[in-house]
Design a protein around this ligand. Structure first.
Ligand code: GAP
Length: 458
């Protein structure tokens, strides 16, 4: 198999130079592991979210969207278990004061051969001691014991100190879907099985964020909860595995860069759980999760809220608390995978190397770029641009040679360049250049819209 040209360093540099992703708060020296999406990046990320929403809400039978508040009643997090058990095992190096996750230290030391998910904190401490795993920063062996560290960001509400109430920035969007189970069921007249989905920000005070936008403290999740009857849950779990994988394949991922990975250790309430892993530049890592969460979530919210979340089957009259199949994927983590998958360096016949991003045309920041061959053709080019912009995201560039302009569009992955030249003035045709094949065809300008509709559909 051909070696992939992509590395994390190249991606980070390209993202910064081409307006895809910038370091957060950069003019103040940055703020560790925060990232800002630039003009090109925000278009790509929005397109990713749109494609997901189209597939899992709009085109899905019986799935409905919500956009719930980030700040939720604190009892939600007691019910979900986050206040007590949403934590990572952290250890501090007493020499250099750096903080690490014990499970990550073991995984890195054993090169993935030992699975720390199966160990208790005591077992992890023993393993680290017996294998003399040193601090990866200073190389010394002088650890504190393992302490658990809750990953939720706390804040408070209320204008006076007396009035202050501890609240949390949500660490996942899922709870906004669970607490709206009754509302959606009633408003959409939904019958089990049905789904609730949302896309939104989540926050986690991660001990070891890193790998660019892979693990950050603020990120976006795209989550879908499928409410179904016990006994049908196994079949829907398999269905969501297939649908989640198909979504990635349809975005253009090579099958050999994706794989399923069953969880070795299940949460006490879960019946089954797996990830889809992607082969990122830093290695195979989780891209998304599919979980059979049984009736845990709705049972807990019923208990803590005092509201009945029991479903009554309108035909049989049967009463039960639905099971949940959860499909959860990070928009930023998918963005990183999309960037890594698209990245290519092609050696051309003349020996020149072309940097090109082979995005699916629906995901690219711009579906097309309009380029006047010379500046004096700008009025005609801008007239076409104005028409296309009503339907597509279209870029415009009149600076530099046409070859340089093609390369700039290749680097940000624009699938089609439309050149207005002197023949356009004569016969109304334009040149359409394909990003991947670099082939050019001529088409009447009035047919470009239909051409782009066909080529950029998802
Ligand atoms: N509701 C279930 C849930 O939140 P998770 O496995 O913790 O499950 C789901 O997270 C997905 O969210 C992950 O597969 C990943 O794509 C994304 N994700 C989780 N933590 C993240 C972080 N710190 N930075 C970026 N993405 C993250």
């Amino acid at each position: 198999m051909a070696k992939r040209a992509v590395t994390m360093e190249k991606l980070v540099a390209l993202c910064k130079n081409r307006g895809i992703v910038f370091p957060g708060s950069e003019i103040y020296g940055g703020m560790g592991n925060t990232w800002d999406y630039g003009p090109v990046g925000v278009e790509i990320k929005n397109n990713i979210k749109r494609a997901w929403w189209k597939r899992f809400v709009q085109e899905s039978e019986n799935s409905f969207g919500v956009d719930a508040a980030i700040l939720m009643n604190s009892r939600v997090w007691e019910a979900s278990g986050h206040t007590t058990s949403f934590s990572d095992p952290k250890m501090d190096c007493k020499e250099c004061k750096s903080r690490h996750r014990a499970d990550n230290l073991i995984e890195a030391h054993s090169k993935g051969k030992v699975n720390p998910d199966l160990m208790s904190n005591e077992e992890m401490e023993t393993y680290i001691r017996e294998h003399r795993i040193c601090c990866p920063i200073c190389g010394k062996f002088n650890w504190t014991g393992i302490r658990t560290f809750n990953l939720m960001f706390e804040t408070s509400r209320g204008v006076t100190d007396e009035n202050q109430n501890k609240i949390y920035l949500r660490p996942e969007t899922a709870q906004g879907e669970f607490v709206n189970f009754l509302n959606v069921q009633r408003a959409a007249r939904a019958k089990v099985p049905f789904g609730i989905a949302q896309i939104g920000k989540a926050f986690r005070n991660e001990i070891t964020p890193g790998n660019f936008i892979f693990r950050t403290i603020e990120f976006e999740q795209m989550e879908h909860q499928w409410f179904c009857k016990e006994g049908t849950d196994g079949e829907y779990y398999e269905q969501f595995k297939t649908r989640a994988m198909q979504f990635l394949l349809d975005l253009g991922f090579a099958p050999e860069h994706l794989r399923f990975k069953d969880h070795d250790k299940l949460a006490h309430y879960a019946k089954a759980a797996c990830d889809i892993q992607y082969e990122y530049p830093m290695g195979w890592s989780e891209l998304n999760g599919i979980h059979n969460r049984t009736d845990y979530d709705l049972s807990r919210h019923q208990e803590f809220s005092g509201k009945s979340l029991t479903y009554v089957d309108p035909v049989s009259g049967e009463r039960y608390i639905p099971y949940v199949i959860e499909y959860s994927i990070g928009a930023d983590r998918l963005m990183l995978a999309v960037l890594a998958e698209a990245y290519d360096e092609e050696t051309l016949e003349d020996g020149d190397v072309r940097n090109v991003m082979h995005f699916h045309p629906a995901i690219a920041a711009y579906q097309a770029a309009v380029l006047p061959l010379q500046k004096n053709l700008a009025p005609q080019a801008k007239e076409l641009l104005g028409r296309l912009k009503k339907q597509f995201s279209v870029s415009y560039d009149e600076a530099g040679s046409i070859g340089k302009r093609y390369r700039r569009q290749d680097e940000i992955g624009t699938p089609y360049c439309i050149t207005v030249d002197f023949d356009t003035l004569q016969d109304g045709t334009v040149t359409v250049r394909d990003r991947d094949s670099m082939q050019q065809i001529r088409l009447p300008a009035e047919k470009i819209s239909a051409f782009l509709f066909e080529k950029t559909a998802f």
